[in-house]
Structures are given as structure tokens and as C-alpha cells.
Design a binder for this molecule. Sequence first.
Ligand code: HEC
Length: 150
Amino acid sequence: MRIAIAALLASATMLSPLMAQAPTPPAAAPAAPAAAPAAGDAAAGERVFAQCRACHQVGETARNLVGPNLNGLFGRQAGSVAGFNYSPAFKTPAVAEKVWSPENFAVYIRNPREVTPGTRMVFAGIRSENQIADLVAYLRQFAADGKRTQ
Ligand code: HEC
């Protein structure tokens, strides 16, 4: 069995240069839409967001729950949702001066309590780069009013 797999792998490796030389079909697929810094999959991101739903909502009817709504997150000042009672940790200048971007969100969501000690967001974090990229793709669909932009 092991040999069979090894043989398969070997033939695949041998084949790939041949495949690379194959002429590209004239009707090439349309170019992918301008990719985000991390091009994730929004549908997969919606499944990742299941981990956030106990505390966060997005969309036109989104309310603040345990955590603030996450509409229009990227470009939004951290700790700025009206009517949400943030922790003192989120009111420190280091956090309050932050504007959420896919990049600093990716850092935060890996380990919220390490990035922002004292935060009320009790969440272990997401380690998978792919899942974070998917989550970014999902969240960036929601404009500040909760309407989907894509
Ligand atoms: C157990 C509840 C809980 C879970 C689960 C949770 N959060 Fe939070 N989140 C919070 C709370 C509470 C805050 C406010 C933090 C504070 O005031 O310290 C927050 C804050 C945030 C902020 C900052 C918002 C702002 O207005 O600056 C982001 C972004 C965020 N969460 C994203 C997520 C994502 C994405 C997930 C899922 C992967 C998630 N959170 C899971 C409770 C949670």
C-alpha cells in the first residue's frame, strides 16, 4: 500500500512538469477579483463565525450582545460602538487609537487576551491562518449599516 502511494506520488511529480507545459486554453478563466491582503473564503468564514455568535452579531438587525456588533469592522475605530459598555482595557489609548484592519484583527483574534490584557472578550483565539482569512472575508462583507456589500 505504502509502495502504491509512493508510486502515485512519484508519477504525479513526473507528470506535473508536463502539465505545466500544456498550452493555456485561449478562453482563460476571468481574473480573480482584486484579492484582499489575505484572500479568504467568505462562506467558510461564516462557519468560523459560529464561534463568535454567542457574543457577536453582524447584519442589518445586528444588536450588541455580550460583545459589540461587528458591522463595518474594518476601518472602524476599536472600542467605538455606541451603546456598548467596553472594558477599561478597551478604553486605554493603546486600544482606543487602533483602527481595525484585516492585519491587526488577525493578530488580535489569535489570542485576544494576550493582545489586550484585561479584555472582557473571553475567547481562546483562532490559530489557523486559513480560518482567520476566511473570517476576514466573511466580516468584510458587512457595511457599517449591516448591509452586505458583496
Ligand atoms: C464569550 C463572548 C465572546 C466571544 C465568543 C467572542 N467575543 Fe469578541 N468580544 C467580546 C466582548 C465582551 C468584547 C468587548 C471587549 C472588551 O470590552 O474588553 C469583544 C470585542 C471584540 C472585537 C473588538 C470590537 C470593537 O468594537 O473594537 C472584535 C473585533 C471581536 N470581539 C471579534 C470577535 C470574533 C471574530 C469572535 C469569534 C471568532 C469573537 N469576537 C468571539 C466577546 C466575545
